[in-house]
Design a protein around this ligand. Sequence first.
Ligand code: SF4
Ligand code: SF4
Length: 129
Amino acid sequence: MRLRPHHLLCTQSYSGKGYDDAFVKNMDQLTKKLRTEKSTPVDIVFSTDDLCAHCPNMLGTDLCRDNEKVKAYDEGVIRHFHIEEKTYIYQDITRKIRENMTPEILKDICKNCCWYPISACRRVLSGRE
Ligand code: SF4
Ligand code: SF4
């Protein structure tokens, strides 16, 4: 599975909402796999990934309709958690992210995301509403 850095966060906090039916169906499948398996290799890519591939906002390779914003989320995850473009075990790297996450770091990464005020992200990822 290919994931861009900030999707290491979104896949943890996803709660069934998304951009359209195809996006939600794909997210349901991928997050079920990631949440039930014990050791899933994920290739981190600094580009569009397997979530973007089913998203109506993907305009092309490495091009999201909100490219500037989503690149900033990626950059925040890379900077705060020292993420590299390589293969990780999803369950290990997301546990390390949760252990080191604070409400301030989450806000720094996600404050401009439309889901940040309304989704489960803050509760799941930083323990605060
Ligand atoms: S909004 Fe952009 S970064 Fe997010 S899944 Fe869609 S194409 Fe990918
Ligand atoms: S606030 Fe947005 S970018 Fe951050 S984890 Fe939630 S959906 Fe992903």
